[in-house]
Design a protein around this ligand. Structure first.
Ligand SMILES: C[S@@+](CC[C@H](N)C(=O)[O-])C[C@H]1O[C@@H](n2cnc3c(N)ncnc32)[C@H](O)[C@@H]1O
Length: 709
């Protein structure tokens, strides 16, 4: 097949699958659209298909089908790496839940939110209350507002329960490198980043690396947007067809190739037909067909194979879909195991997340023809008059293998909605015990074209397609919105020399500790740099590699310092601190530009008033402020909630001539204020607006905050 026809096929596949709904996002991130037109939640074809697959006993199938017809409860998790995760958990358990107990609506008791029994540390939650209850109960409504504010501030992630499972089974450690092959919109990547940052409370910067990839350019940006709040210097977002994820050769100081870039953990959360999401994507009741699974099967194999290839020997790969269809699940697993020739082993994870109810993977299944006939094996096609055509449509890999037992397909996890009131999901965990192919054993050759060729051939068939959205059940809409194939044209990142003038000035001005790694700052190379990003050592080392040019990097680094253009013209420090960089820099800034606030009232003034004048603060604070040069500084505050419970806050602030401005955007301010004082500040009062507009006209503006002069 020539490159042109391959490209055409790929484009056609892209178009077909583009329109599919993004279940992860639709799940919880946004208000769900009302699909009023779905009145009957029943589909004979769907029902018969899964009955014929014998996924459950007759009796249990009835229970399963009944639950599918009910709405999905909403679920969220508290972002685990933040120091205030426990403060949020404490508030939920001790303040909000007791208030929601014993509430009756229309004579019936309403169940308060409960923890997901299998989610570690009680950080996963489920809310069964309907919108109507949230509207009618002031207690539920207050809790809802709290969750919305914390979600906006990135402290809470609204994510479907089953979607939280794959990253937990990856068993990620802070020093590991992780690749998320199909990552947008990034709910699982967020969990991966949290796992890599698990030791942050010990003031340790993780040595690990997280690469999150998605084939769709627009969705890659969505991913970056969603993960901005994670503030991880270990994170890189890329934009590639996962099946063609480029090989990157690593070198030592002398330039000698030491080997290809490989990852300790790889997640293949592949695009799928998504019928496990039927409880929230009601359109599936009307549109379901087996075609979605048939179309995606080979793409799923290609992505999984590439992921397996990119995993280190001794590493772990997790394959997951939100489909119930064995053609996208066990059939893909069996085919990849076959092609891996013993390099991969399905792992028994029955001792992990023990409270998560699951069923074993299927050992056998059937493939349905267009006329509704069920085929047990490829041989059954012999009877079909249109044999050749059918064979193309149903490759052998779709059928159950003869050695299902040997492959331990029962070790796959099938999560059914009736087991714990969730969506449907499939997960399989693999150990890579030896290289996938001869080429992987050898260091990849110097010549770029050879590297690609070598790597591609190990996938044994050319990499096909990028079905760019998950639910093929919606693929009929494809023509309405063309896929966002527009390639990413980002300015490349440029690492700064540690003795660069700007870094020296910043270090001097803020009293940056000598131990802080100054050779890990970078800028985007076009024009005068506005933002200085900070990256981890692992990211820095990767960016120094020549081969990194092969990666289409959409984003990397945490915004550490931002240039204030107007201040730049004056003889003052042009770089201000950011809220994101506080966890990173907190322990590394001397007292030179730090002030300790003395009371709750001062903090409240800072959070609720626009540009509060110095005289709004205590005498001790005013004296310190007046002694400090104009510009950015840090305000610290230690709150004592109750005896023995302290909560430390470190806030970036702009010290103007006679007023202050907290350098937090509105949603962060709101969430903080709500958490600390239980109030939602009105940040759009006429007073706020007037002051902001005056500050704008006077001079200084920044990307997100307007500073007082
Ligand atoms: C199931 S969603 C991923 C959900 C994501 N892991 C999460 O937890 O938020 C599948 C993603 O795969 C992307 N995709 C589709 N085909 C792809 C391919 N060939 N390579 C990489 N990504 C692909 C889609 O754009 C979509 O964002």
């Amino acid at each position: 097949m020539g490159p042109l026809s391959r490209r055409k096929r790929r484009e056609a596949r892209l178009r077909r699958s583009q329109q599919n709904e993004d279940q992860e996002k639709d799940n919880n991130d946004q208000p769900r659209r009302r699909e009023n037109w779905v009145t009957v939640k029943d589909n004979e074809k769907f029902k018969n298909y899964y009955k014929s697959q014998n996924i459950l006993s007759e009796e249990e199938f009835g229970e399963f089908y009944k639950v599918l017809q009910t709405p999905l409860p909403s679920t969220f998790r508290i972002t685990g790496t933040r120091s205030h995760a426990l403060a949020i958990l404490d508030l939920i358990k001790k303040t909000y839940i007791p208030a929601m107990e014993h509430i009756t609506i229309g004579g019936a008791i309403v169940e308060p939110p409960t923890t997901l029994p299998w989610y570690p540390d009680g950080l996963g939650w489920q809310i069964n209350a309907t919108r109507m209850i949230i509207k009618r109960s002031p207690e539920f409504s207050k809790f809802h507002k709290f969750i919305v504010a914390e979600t906006e501030a990135g402290n809470v992630s609204r994510q479907e329960a089953v979607s939280m499972v794959p990253p937990l089974l990856m068993d990620i450690k802070p020093h590991q490198s992780v690749l998320d092959m199909c990552a947008a919109p990034g709910s699982k990547t967020a969990q991966i980043i949290e796992a890599v940052h698990a030791n942050d409370s010990l003031n340790e910067l993780p040595s690990g690396l997280v690469v999150a990839n998605d084939a769709d350019a627009k969705r890659s940006y969505l991913l970056v947007h969603q993960l901005k709040r994670m503030q991880s210097p270990c994170f890189i977002a890329t934009n590639h067809d996962a099946a063609d994820f480029p090989g990157v050769r690593l070198t030592d100081e002398t330039g000698t190739i030491t080997g290809p870039l490989r990852f300790d953990r790889v997640l293949c959360d592949v695009p799928c037909s998504g019928d496990g999401t039927i409880r929230k994507n009601e359109k599936i009741w009307i549109q379901w067909s087996q075609d979605g699974a048939l179309e995606l099967h080979s793409t799923q194999i290609q992505i999984f194979l590439r992921g397996a290839h990119l995993c280190k020997v001794g590493g772990r790969i997790v394959y997951s879909t939100c489909s119930l269809n064995p053609i996208e699940n066990e059939a893909v697993v069996a085919e990849v195991l076959r092609r891996s020739k013993g390099a991969l082993e399905l792992r028994d994870v029955s001792d992990q997340l023990v409270e998560l109810k699951r069923k074993p993977g299927l050992q056998t299944w059937k493939v349905m023809t267009k006329d509704g006939k069920y085929l047990n094996s490829i041989e059954d096609l012999q009877d079909n008059s249109n044999n050749n055509l059918q064979k193309g449509k149903f490759p052998k890999s779709m059928f159950p293998p003869d050695n299902a037992n040997e492959l331990h397909l029962d070790r796959c996890l099938r999560i059914y909605p009736h087991l714990q009131n969730t969506g449907g999901f499939f997960v399989a965990v693999f150990d890579k015990i030896k290289p996938m192919s001869r080429s992987e054993r050898d260091i990849e050759p110097e010549d770029d074209s050879n590297v690609t060729a070598t790597e591609t051939t190990t996938n044994s068939t050319p990499s096909v397609v990028i079905p760019t959205k998950r639910s093929a059940s919606n693929s009929n809409d494809a023509k309405e919105t063309p896929p966002s194939k527009k390639p990413v044209h980002e300015a490349s990142f440029e690492l700064l020399a540690e003795d660069k003038d700007e870094i020296n000035q910043i270090s001097e001005f803020y009293g940056l500790d000598r131990a802080f790694p100054r050779d890990q700052f970078l800028v985007r190379s076009e024009g005068k740099s506005k933002i200085m990003y900070f990256v981890s050592k692992a990211v820095k080392e990767l960016l120094k590699e020549k081969d990194v040019e092969r990666l289409k990097i959409v984003m990397t680094g945490t915004r550490a310092f931002v240039r204030q253009p107007s201040v730049d013209s004056e003889d003052r420090m042009p770089f201000r601190l950011t809220w994101e960089s506080m966890p990173l820099l907190n322990g590394m800034l001397s007292n030179k530009r730090r002030i300790q606030l003395t009371s709750n009232a001062e903090l409240q003034t800072l959070l609720t008033e626009a540009y509060p004048k110095f005289d709004r603060f205590e005498a001790e604070t005013i004296t310190k402020l007046e002694a400090m040069e104009l510009g950015c500084c840090v305000l610290d505050y230690t709150m004592i909630d109750k005896p023995g419970n302290t909560n430390k806050l470190t806030l970036p602030v702009w010290r103007g001539h006679d007023s202050l401005s907290l350098l937090l955007n509105k949603s962060d301010k709101r969430a903080l204020c709500q958490r600390v004082f239980g109030i939602v500040p009105d940040l759009e009062t006429p007073e706020h607006l007037k002051l902001r507009s005056a500050a704008n006209q006077t001079k200084v503006s920044s990307e997100s905050e307007t500073l007082p002069c």
